[in-house]
Design a protein around this ligand. Structure first.
Ligand code: ADP
Ligand code: ASP
Ligand code: MG
Length: 595
């Protein structure tokens, strides 16, 4: 019999009427001939209220007790939902994470799922029950209750769909699908008929709160098609599957992380191991770091800038103060009023000129870009917080995200999983061994056909990045990685980018022209770089990858010149003579994770 997992988020179970409506949906699905597992979140803003309550008792509540408290929200919902199904005259059993055998590691408040024992759920389904599962929670080895991180019920739903080999995983929420950006921020946002796992993973980790990013890691890893739809209507919703909505559109969506903070560590001695020391210290303090940009510095010193969530700034600065002393840096600056705006699309990997359009859109809106990082399928810019919404709007408009691309696919039937019997056997085997959420890498590659150009001391004014990349594109040069950092020197910034090595000559000519036109302090061009790429799933949330790269290269005395991170790939640039050794170090370092 087909099996459907239906997840209902907080707003969708906010009051008794909504719980009854959700229960009716579940019963309807069962009546249509499916076995049904319902995953529920805490009612309304219950999780927020519980967090407030804890904060009234203590500024720093122990993480274990936080999880004990937060898990109660979902426990209330499952009981009420099972009662609702019962009141409609059908059979239901509610289960907590522990009762379902959801085993996690012990990282309280952001635990990762290790394994799920599906037998009990299967038995209850066979007996004709609708199984009502508590989202967001599990237990560790010592039976401590753990939670998966805010928004984690999506991950419970997709993980259950994977283990139970469900035919469909429906995410019922308070919007009727995935939009090109948050429709509450931009009313002109358009609902997508379909979005690829890679794009959704990237968008959700860059601020699109509609799906928990780790749920998409599961979906991609185990081939679970997701159907995001409204709890309150029967409109068709959005599919999250392997392919994109449009084969040609460079960008499928935009996202914003409003409350970011920027830290710049000035004058870090430009030697192997310094970045590793800094980021290991931040990682140990559980600070979430993003947008790492390192300047090729003056006087054998570099400036390293990165962003952290604004709420983590205080704890990050405590670590940074120690790190400055530890690595012998000159000092640090920070800004707690910045936001990150990003555009994402599989199509941009195949097209040129996407980055410069993004930068020009910012310039035309009069918005200064403080930092830039790019990867194959995303471009992120850091702007002053008052500019965040205008920047999101400008990016959305530039890529005409409000219009359906002419070659966009039609909304077709929800694809059933296409796995074979052998796939299923392997899947079930994989899921039962420890560590479902274990880091999975697909490959590590070395490319030594690139060159790097750095413009140092670029005046920090709106339109500079746009002018630079328009000039580079006009010369027919294909740009790969771009980073713009926030310099220690006020009013200045530096821009580095990589290009094919055989285009270094024209690249140099353009850079020198730009130097004169825009009073750039100096230009540095080098053809002796190598780029290493570590590819896999969920590489941003698995912070161990970036840290592991820094560590392995530092141990081999290799300096990292540039880094870019995305959910799909971490790229690092090193000197070309170090390329081969670096490759071997990384292969050894990640041997256990390569499939
Ligand atoms: P739930 O409680 O059902 O899990 P969430 O609040 O976690 O719901 O997620 C739904 C919300 O996500 C929407 O109300 C919307 O404001 C927000 N959102 C952010 N980005 C997007 C997007 N790209 N598409 C749709 N909704 C989005
Ligand atoms: N109740 C949890 C939260 O609010 C989990 C979830 O809703 O997905 O974050
Ligand atoms: Mg959610």
């Amino acid at each position: 019999m087909p099996l459907v997992v239906q997840k209902f988020g907080g707003t969708s179970v906010a009051d008794p009427e909504k719980i009854m409506a959700a229960a009716r949906k579940a019963v309807r699905a069962q009546q249509a001939g499916n076995q049904v597992v319902v995953v529920v979140s805490a009612m309304g803003h219950n999780t927020d209220h519980l967090i407030d309550l804890a904060k009234q008792i203590s500024e720093t509540p122990p993480a274990r007790e936080m999880d004990m408290l937060l898990s109660t929200g979902e426990q209330v919902s499952v009981a009420l939902m099972a009662m609702a199904v019962d009141a409609l005259g059908y059979k239901a059993v509610s289960l907590t994470g522990a009762q379902m055998g959801i085993r996690t590691d012990s990282s309280f408040t952001k635990a990762r799922i290790r394994s799920i024992a599906a037998d009990r759920i299967r038995r209850l389904l066979e007996e004709g029950n609708i199984v009502v599962a508590a989202g967001f929670q599990g237990i560790d080895e010592d039976f401590n209750i753990t939670t998966l991180g805010r928004g984690g019920s999506d991950t419970t739903a997709v993980a259950l769909a994977a283990v139970l080999h469900a035919d469909a995983c429906e995410i019922h929420t308070d919007v009727d699908g995935v939009y090109t950006t948050d429709p509450r921020q931009l009313p002109e946002a358009r609902q997508l008929s379909k979005i690829s796992y890679d794009e959704m993973l990237e968008l959700s980790s860059l601020g699109a709160g509609v799906m928990h990013n780790r749920s998409i890691e599961f979906a991609k890893k185990y081939g679970v098609p997701i159907h995001v739809r409204s709890s309150f209507s029967d409109t068709r919703g959005t599919l999250i599957v392997a392919d994109s909505e449009s084969p040609s559109a460079p960008v499928c969506g935009a996202a914003m992380t409003r409350d970011e903070a920027r830290i710049t560590i000035r004058g870090v001695p430009d030697q192997p191991g310094k970045s590793f020391t800094i980021f290991r210290m931040l990682d140990q303090a559980k600070v979430t770091v993003d947008m790492i940009v390192q300047n090729v510095g003056l006087d054998e010193r570099a400036d390293i800038s990165f962003t952290v969530p604004q709420e983590e700034l205080k704890s990050a600065l405590r670590v940074v103060e120690q790190a400055v002393a530890e690595v012998g840096a000159l000092g640090f600056t920070s800004d707690d009023a910045v936001s990150k705006v990003s555009v994402v699309g599989l199509g941009m990997a195949k097209q040129t000129g996407v980055a410069q359009r993004m930068f020009r859109a910012m310039a035309n809106a009069g918005i200064n870009i403080q930092m830039i990082t790019t990867s194959e399928i995303k471009i992120s810019v850091l702007v002053d917080r008052p500019h965040a919404l205008p920047a999101l709007r400008a990016a959305h408009k530039e890529f005409a995200l409000h219009c359906r691309p002419p070659d966009a696919c039609q909304w077709d039937d929800l694809p059933r999983r296409t796995t074979t019997e052998a796939d299923i056997e392997k899947l079930v085997h994989d899921l039962q061994k420890a560590d479902m959420e274990q880091l999975t890498l697909s490959d590590i590659t070395l490319s030594d056909d690139q060159a790097r150009i750095t413009l140092m001391g670029v005046p920090d004014a709106p339109g500079l990045a746009a002018s630079v990349f328009e000039a580079v594109a006009a010369a027919g040069i294909f740009v790969d990685m771009i980073v713009q950092s926030c310099d220690g020197v006020a009013g200045e910034t530096s821009i580095s980018f990589t290009i094919p090595r055989n285009q270094l000559q024209p690249g140099r000519a353009v850079a020198e022209q730009l130097q004169q036109q825009h009073a750039v302090r100096s230009v540095e061009c080098t053809d002796s770089i190598a780029k290493l790429s570590v590819s896999g799933i969920g590489l941003r949330s698995h912070t161990s990858v970036a840290i592991g790269i820094f560590e392995a290269l530092a141990a081999a005395n290799i300096n990292v010149e540039m880094i870019s991170t995305s959910e799909l790939r971490v790229n690092v640039v090193v000197r070309s003579e170090d390329g081969q050794t670096a490759m071997e170090c990384l292969q050894r370092r990640f041997a256990d994770h390569l499939g």
